[in-house]
Design a protein around this ligand. Structure first.
Ligand code: ADP
Length: 190
């Protein structure tokens, strides 16, 4: 199996790059943001709870997202591998992922971090907000909160993966294809 954590701040292009990687390496795309938005659209109990955090730019509680990931991993034991997009976002989630993958006798092979500076992130999200319909893409203060939460809670995960020699930093600025090539070249070394 090939298991990749696609990492980076909101607006870094994780979803866009995940599309290239799925195609190239035939992996299952596991985006916690997409999974949560599906729950919101279905107006499930989980979705209603998640929405109250997401609309304000806060993280959804670890127990909710870890539970979602766990059930998907258990449903697809024979997959070629996974792209984890937007997960893990806390050290607690990273530890839970290691335990879940360990039970399947497979590790995280690498964490690919897309590096983009703050002004560019805000511009991209505002632009995306014109068509995404996402409440958390509409308001500069909510976007600022998401970036703040990333810096406080999520960015420390780089240390977690560096300590395991699994951290790969990629410049996330340039054309979508250029960035995809950088990501693919890095993944090919794993
Ligand atoms: P982006 O990377 O642009 O923030 P996502 O779709 O990955 O977009 O996430 C949108 C929102 O969904 C986050 O701000 C957060 O509220 C929630 N979310 C997604 N993934 C997680 C996660 N792993 N843990 C907690 N909350 C999450």
């Amino acid at each position: 199996m090939l298991n990749l954590v696609l990492f980076g701040p909101p607006g870094a292009g994780k979803g866009t790059q995940a599309d290239f990687l799925i195609e190239k390496f035939k992996l299952i795309h596991l985006s916690t943001g997409d999974l949560l938005r599906t729950q919101i659209a279905a107006e499930s109990e989980l979705g209603i709870e998640a929405k109250s955090y997401m609309d304000r730019g806060f993280l959804v509680p670890d127990s909710i997202v870890i539970g979602m990931i766990k059930s998907i991993l258990q449903e697809n034991e024979n997959a070629n591998g996974y792209i984890f997009d937007g997960f893990p976002r806390t050290v607690e989630q990273a530890k839970a992922l290691d335990i879940l993958l360990d039970e399947m006798d497979t590790p995280v092979n690498g964490m690919i971090c897309l590096c983009v500076e703050k002004d560019e992130l805000i511009n991209r999200i505002i632009h995306r907000g014109k068509t995404s319909g996402r409440p958390d893409d509409q308001d500069v203060s909510i976007i600022g909160n998401r970036i703040h939460v990333y810096n406080e809670k999520t960015k420390p995960l780089t240390e977690y993966y560096k300590a395991q020699n699994k951290y790969f930093k990629i410049k996330g600025v340039g054309s979508v294809e250029e960035i995809a090539q950088r990501v693919i070249d890095t993944v090919a070394t794993l």
